[in-house]
Design a protein around this ligand. Structure first.
Ligand SMILES: [Fe+2]
Length: 346
């Protein structure tokens, strides 16, 4: 088996490939690592055949949906997954065959209702059901400590103690453990009595993961995160640096329309000399009056540089093919001590 483990912050993703046939599967991919996974697969001579999420993640952005579109391969999740883009729902005890590899799904609800562990040869990919020295939490949507108790004590911990455990998370840089090691030393598994285990899980008082609402929204719907929208827009537009723009403003360059897409009060509080105001919220509807010549060179700016990137992308899409965005925003422009005009333009 060809095996790659990719850590992103505390998230762990796994690329498994069949060394005989070059077919491969990716488990729990994360959105920021798409190029990394594809580069690894290429380096190892692998062709991805399936994308698997071990459960609906609440703490990071899954890349399965995007990769599935990009590569035209199916997304696999447990049958209980609410995500509408799952191409191949899989039930307890079922297998996916990837070349000569057999990937067996074990339904392990508890952390979420749709959690599953995946057994491949001597390895068990435990998702967030069993972590190294911990277990998945049960206080997020569809979590259930009673179900987690059953999944752990009735299913997973009865497997071969030699099985290597590869979890979906590890925050301490560890790569794997074994079932036997976890039974012996995992503090959460020392509460072997059901009531004591459930009581412990209900009183962990963990803080909510960052981006929980956004992660659930995107992972359950296949929709895009804010960061994804911004990255896609940024990939479609060229940028100009603050210093370059300043030089052009000071030279009173006529060839560039600086378009400030903030609201009027922010614009009047201080804008780049010569900049025109066209708030982002009115962009599409007023663009024909404000910018009659689509061949002009336009630079969009806003407070932080995000909204202006979206605006530049929209303008390019509308045919303003010479639109660029400012690399940075008015906050950075002010901090650099660059010139400002207050009020309206004369
Ligand atoms: Fe999770």
């Amino acid at each position: 088996m060809i095996f790659e483990q990719v850590a992103t912050g505390g998230c762990q993703s796994y690329l498994l490939g069949c060394s005989e046939t070059s077919a491969a599967v990716l488990i729990d991919p994360e959105i920021s690592q798409i190029d990394h996974y594809l580069a690894l697969a290429t380096r190892d001579g692998l062709r991805l055949r399936y994308l698997i999420d071990t459960h609906t993640h609440a703490d990071h952005f899954s890349a399965t949906r995007q990769l599935a579109r990009q590569l035209a391969v199916p997304v696999v999740m447990q049958r209980a997954s609410p995500a509408p883009f799952v191409d191949m729902p899989i039930g307890d005890g079922e297998m996916i065959i990837v070349g000569k590899l057999r990937i067996r799904a074990i339904h392990t609800p508890g952390h979420t209702r749709d959690s599953m562990c995946l057994q491949v040869e001597d390895r068990l990919f435990t998702g967030d059901t069993l972590l190294i020295g911990a277990t998945g939490r049960t206080d997020l949507p569809s979590g259930d400590p009673q179900a987690l108790y059953d999944s752990l004590f009735e299913r997973i911990l009865r497997l071969d103690p030699e099985l290597k455990v590869f979890p979906a998370h590890d925050y301490k840089g560890r790569q794997s453990s074994t079932i036997g090691q976890e039974i012996a030393s995992n503090p959460r598994l020392q509460k072997r009595d059901r009531a004591a285990f459930v009581d412990m899980m209900q009183n962990l008082n963990l803080s909510m993961p960052t981006h929980v609402t956004e992660a659930l929204r995107t992972n359950m719907s296949g929709g895009k995160s804010v960061a994804q929208l911004l990255a896609e827009a940024a990939a479609r537009v060229p940028f100009m640096s603050l210093a370059e723009l300043r030089a052009r403003v000071e030279a009173a360059a006529e060839d560039l329309i600086v378009l400030d897409v903030r609201e009027r009060d922010a614009y009047e509080g201080g804008h780049i000399p010569g900049a025109r105001l066209l708030p982002r919220g009115q962009l599409e509807l007023r663009v024909n009056q404000e910018l009659p010549d689509p061949t002009r060179r336009i630079l969009t700016c806003c407070e932080l540089g995000y909204v202006s990137t979206l605006a530049a992308s929209t303008l390019r899409e509308m045919g303003f093919l010479h639109t660029v965005a400012l690399d940075g925003g008015m906050q950075a422009w002010r901090a650099a001590g660059y010139p400002l005009t207050q009020g309206r333009e004369a």
